[in-house]
Design a protein around this ligand. Structure first.
Ligand code: ATP
Length: 573
């Protein structure tokens, strides 16, 4: 198929905002794929060249796209950057640039979808020396043969930003339309369910399309395969226990909402254990400790479990917030050292596949029951999510409070009869957690870091203002600042700012003159004997330095007191 045909479909989709119209355009295009042996073109409609269960990424920056464009058009990088600033979309810059160039050249090759797929597929495979040049060559080759419109979509695909407004649900509907042309609403609904179910198991649209053209039995025969990533089911929000019970129905299953990161753990029929994140990245190598827990504590042939891994302090054994263990997800070397420093406990809350059988359609009550029989739990290794089944609001509120007291984020509220719906934010599983709030506070102390952070402050004592005594009083300690400033100040920036105001130092702790005001986000306020204010903030995170604020204009104790009372009320009602 010519790539330009697909680009015209992209344009058409971009110019039509109605979902119905988009479905129609897509269905018409998918019909053309019926006779094509290779259905992978459907990935291009998703802006990819791999199925959804693949973790492969192009890893291409805007800078590299500009380089490739310069190389294939002969226009300077400076001019391209200039155009980019004016137009705001590199895809459009590419279109304009290539169109202009093509006016001056006579010969152009025809770009096929297969050629685009082939070149793009090679990008994630490249590693080691000369990678950038090789990537550049693959992209430039496409751009050199491309027409303006094609260049636009090659660049947008590379940058993961197709901007055609097609969600996976619309693609599913289009598959139904293209393959079956249902006549009644009832028929359409049934087919949508069948296609969705096939996709939930395969997590691969090309495969689903292929099956759809073969017919309903082929779709129904889609197998869930442990060892291949599937999408995680996501939760909607509840604003209170009462709200949660009303929405999911009584009785409901309440579980701790653990403050960690999600792990979908698979054991395939061949016995291999694989761990995937919520974004379907394979992190098995990073977690040999978890692989061991699984081997020791679950004696089953095959399964897929859904869980949350939380960190704990190896000395005090206290559970730590997510930030503390986040580095474990990426670390690929010296893993055993890191395991000792940042151990984790896996809290299992769902079961999706059990000994050769998919449990996606089984009610949660049954899934959780089997789960509770199949795991031999052990604290600090692998446990079952702490659970309460109740219709009683008061009991549930007590459970919620306990979860917060145990340093977890809140509770999940789940319907007993619901099925597991991969990739959907469902209304039958709700999360309830205290709202995050913002405060301006002043830094009155800091602690020097270790390792990479030696010589810099790594955690910061935060204070509010007590108007009655005209003093700054401590209210919390924030750590977890980044090395790079994507989401707020870095610890280096803050150290530089604070150093001139150090009053005295004792060991690694410095006392600091209250000068630097910062905005923080926090989860909730608790009464605390540790701090002079009498309150302690949970999960405070510095998100901005506020040179525009005077220390005495920051949050005062009266406001904190008010926030605390409001929060207490919120938990109760
Ligand atoms: P959040 O930032 O609130 O965790 P999210 O977008 O990561 O939201 P949601 O599906 O909205 O994910 O919220 C549920 C998340 O809570 C899950 O993704 C999972 O990582 C985590 N979690 C912790 N404990 C549980 C539990 N017992 N049951 C289900 N999910 C849990």
């Amino acid at each position: 198929m010519k790539y330009i045909q697909l680009c015209e479909v992209y344009e058409n989709l971009q110019n039509n905002s109605s979902r119905l119209k988009k479905t129609e355009i897509l269905a018409e295009f998918l019909e053309k794929l019926k006779e094509e042996k290779n259905k992978q073109v459907v990935y291009l409609l998703q802006g990819k060249v791999f199925p959804d269960n693949s973790e492969k990424e192009f890893g291409i920056s805007e800078q590299l796209c500009i380089k490739a464009l310069a190389k294939s058009s002969g226009i300077s990088k400076e001019k391209l950057v200039d155009d980019w600033k004016k137009m705001g979309d590199l895809g459009e810059v590419a279109q304009k640039t290539i169109d202009k160039k093509k006016q001056n050249t006579l010969f152009t090759k025809t770009l096929t979808t297969q050629k685009v797929i082939d070149n793009l597929k090679r990008l994630p495979e490249l590693e080691g020396r000369g990678t950038v040049d090789k990537k550049l060559a693959l992209i430039s080759e496409l751009l050199t043969s491309a027409k303006g419109l094609e260049a636009k979509y090659i660049i947008r695909t590379l940058l993961n930003n197709l901007r055609i407004g097609v969600a996976s649900g619309t693609l599913r509907d289009a598959i139904v339309q293209a393959a079956f042309k249902p006549k009644t609403i009832k028929e359409k609904k049934e087919l949508m369910e069948i296609v969705q179910d096939s996709y939930d198991k395969a997590t691969d649209l090309a495969l689903v399309l292929e099956k759809a053209y073969k017919g309903i039995p082929a779709l129904k025969n889609t197998k869930l395969i442990p060892g291949k990533a599937i999408k995680a089911m996501l939760a909607q929000k509840a604003v209170s226990v009462e709200d949660g019970l009303n929405k999911v129905g009584r009785p409901a299953i309440f579980e701790y909402k653990y403050d960690g990161f999600r792990m979908m753990i698979n054991k395939s029929e061949s016995g291999e254990i694989k761990i995937f994140t919520r974004h379907l990245d394979d992190v098995t190598l990073q977690f040999p400790d978890v692989v061991e827990y699984i081997k020791d504590h679950i004696k089953l042939k095959s399964f897929i479990i859904d869980s949350e891994a939380i960190g704990y302090d190896p000395k005090t054994k206290k559970y730590t917030p997510f930030e503390a263990i986040s580095q474990r997800i990426k670390r690929k070397h010296n893993i055993h050292e890191l395991i000792k420093k940042l151990p984790i406990e896996v809290n299992v809350f769902d079961l999706i596949y059990y000994n050769g059988k998919s449990l996606l359609d089984e009610p949660f009550e049954k899934r959780t029951k089997i789960l509770r029989e199949m795991i031999k739990p052990q604290k600090y290794k692998i446990r079952l999510a702490h659970q309460l089944i109740t219709s009683d609001r008061k009991k549930a509120e007590k459970f919620y409070k306990e979860a917060l007291k145990d340093n977890q984020e809140g509770v999940m509220i789940k319907n007993l009869g619901a099925r597991y719906q991969p990739g959907l934010r469902v209304g039958h599983m709700l999360k309830l957690k205290p709202a995050e709030n913002e405060l301006d506070l002043v830094i009155t102390g800091a602690e020097y870091g270790k390792g990479k952070r030696v010589g810099n402050f790594a955690s910061f004592i935060l204070s509010c203002f007590n108007e009655k005594t005209n003093q700054f009083v401590e209210i919390g300690k924030s750590s977890g600042l980044k090395e790079k400033s994507e989401t707020g100040p870095t610890f280096e920036q803050l150290t530089k700012l604070l150093k001139p105001y150090v009053l005295k130092e004792k060991g690694r702790i410095a006392q600091i003159k209250p000068k630097i005001v910062v905005t923080i986000l926090y989860q909730n306020i608790q009464r605390s004997p540790t701090y002079k204010s009498g309150y302690g903030l949970r999960f405070p995170r510095i998100i901005a330095i506020r040179p525009d604020r005077k220390p005495k204009s920051i949050a005062n104790l009266k406001e904190i007191d008010h926030d605390y009372k409001r929060h207490e009320l919120k938990i109760h009602y």
